[in-house]
Design a binder for this molecule. Sequence first.
Ligand SMILES: [Zn+2]
Length: 216
Amino acid sequence: MKKWMVLILMGATAASGVNNFFGIPILAEPKDDINAIIQNLIQGEYEKSGEHLRHLATTAPKLAKSIKLSDFTIPCADCAAEKDPDCEACNGRLKVIDSPALDYLQYKFDSAIEEGEKVEVAWRDAKKAFDIRKKQVPGRKVFQGTIIQIGQDAFVIKGVEGDIFNLMGCVTAGAQVGQPYVGYYWPMPKHPYTYTDGAGKSKTVKTYTLNLWWDY
Ligand SMILES: [Zn+2]
């Protein structure tokens, strides 16, 4: 075998990755461990998440110290109004691992890494965006109304009590004016909306979101 071929083969072996006892690539970078922590939590593999956090402690000790697996949970929205010891969503723990919430956290983290942010900064900013929404979770309420206007990812809804509000974070494809609409929403007090009716009269209405885990 020619010498250059041997070198290429050796290189290929090294690049295929050497895993530790837990199947974690020894060369995993901090960003890979953070992604693996999130992915394993989504899949219910809590022990694997813990191993990745321990691995992170060997490559980025300061960053790892700032992360606890419990930080990745969100309050149980079903128990927000009234704590239910038999709650099926949280088993009475009042906290849940929520896939859409973790997908959002991962999306914020990955986007920041792709923009060239350092892993510490990317994590700090992603966590901040996650925590802002996490605080809003218990504010969930039920609405019932009719679609009176269709916007981009948003509807204007007339509630059953005659109140008009803007609803963001909606899938608008296939929706029709006059269609009844029921669901859970969260208030967005910092996003008032100017609604103009058919007669051209404008007024400021409240905004809510159907999807908390969304950039608005
Ligand atoms: Zn609950």
